[in-house]
Design a protein around this ligand. Structure first.
Ligand code: NAP
Length: 306
């Protein structure tokens, strides 16, 4: 049995693993695919303190993982199917496999939101992507669209403008949610064009992806945009669907305060998965440190004999 089971290997989970190891705790990080979480999809992380020139999300995640391993954290790749957190010994199931721990840190982050419109499911991975850093190169010299108006969408547009011939940014309002610095970077690119007040209505194509039909919400006009690729950057949803017994808010985020404590003793929530105002790498990392410290304190103070 492990002292701390950590679900998720994004900045929150990896920081928790570093702090757990340094506190002498035996930690196992359970990751779905690879280290990094959302950050692995970020081509340039520009606002994490200590990197004045920015750092690629993949390099950042890899460095954090190495640091966690240095302090003794173990990693396993598994898709979690069920949690049993009700007893003193916490159990995490991945199919037939069961991991046991004295405490659990839930740091699974969030998954990309879909639009839920016609054609979307048909073309995911065949023209529609959620990750510009991963898939941008497939569209070298082609025309692409980015849907969304947040930091991810505008950052993706800047990244793709250096690879693609033309990048259309489609946003449903006339104001961007993204920070000014990244909006200005995108506006400075000659091959980035903004289509405002517009939403995608359906994706088009037969065998190949051909583009997207747009509705201008102000004028009611419908147009067809011919592009070979489309990047969806319309936000994230917390990855909490399988979490029975954990108190969630109405949007599905785990209810936990700055101390990362959930409604179940010995179970903590860190990073984007918990209720919080500012979801950033730096706040996720801070949560990870707090959660590991709280988990260690719980093990020290509990009267349970494991
Ligand atoms: P976000 O901030 O939630 O933005 C999602 C965007 O998608 C919004 O502009 C939203 O429009 C739009 N949208 C949502 N649902 C839509 C729908 N059904 N149809 C059309 N448009 C829709 O998500 P994000 O950009 O992925 O950022 C997530 C968090 O990560 C944020 O806190 C962000 O600051 C952070 N982040 C930071 C960095 C960085 O610092 N380097 C990079 C990436 C992300 P509205 O604006 O109208 O709501």
């Amino acid at each position: 049995m492990k002292d701390i089971l950590i679900i998720g290997a994004g900045p929150a989970g990896l920081t928790a693993a570093i702090y757990a190891g340094r506190a002498g705790m035996d930690a196992l990080v359970i990751e779905k695919l690879f280290a990094g979480g959302q950050i692995a999809n970020t081509h340039l992380l520009e606002n994490y303190p200590g990197f004045p020139d920015g750092i690629s999300g993949q390099d950042f995640a890899e460095a954090m993982r190495k640091q966690a391993e240095k302090f003794g954290a173990e990693f396993v790749s598994a898709e979690i199917t069920k949690l049993d957190l009700s007893g003193d010994i916490k159990k995490i199931y991945a199919g037939e496999k069961c991991f046991e721990g004295k405490t659990v840190i839930l740091a699974g982050g969030a998954i990309p939101r879909k639009l839920g419109i016609e054609g979307e499911e048909d073309f995911i991975g065949m023209g529609i992507s959620f990750c510009a850093t991963c898939d941008g190169m497939f569209f070298r010299g082609r025309d692409v669209a980015v849907i969304g108006g947040g930091d991810t969408a505008l950052g993706d547009a800047v990244y793709l403008s250096n690879i693609c011939r033309k990048v259309y940014v489609i946003h449903r309002r006339d104001q961007f949610r993204a920070s000014k610095v990244v909006v200005d970077q995108a506006k400075a690119k000659e091959n980035v064009e903004f289509i405002m007040d517009s939403v995608p209505e359906r994706f088009l194509g037969g065998f190949d992806f051909e583009g997207v039909e747009l509705l201008n919400k102000k004028t009611g006009e419908k147009t067809t945009l011919e592009v070979q690729g489309c990047f969806l950057a319309v936000g994230y949803l917390p990855d909490t669907a399988y979490m029975e017994g954990i108190a969630l808010d109405k949007s599905g985020y785990i209810i936990a305060g700055e101390d990362t404590k959930t409604n179940i003793p010995g179970v903590f929530a860190a990073g984007d998965i918990r209720t919080k105002r500012l979801r950033q790498v730096v706040t996720a990392a801070a949560d990870g440190a707090v959660a590991a410290d709280e988990a260690a304190a719980y093990i020290e103070s509990t009267k349970i004999s494991f």
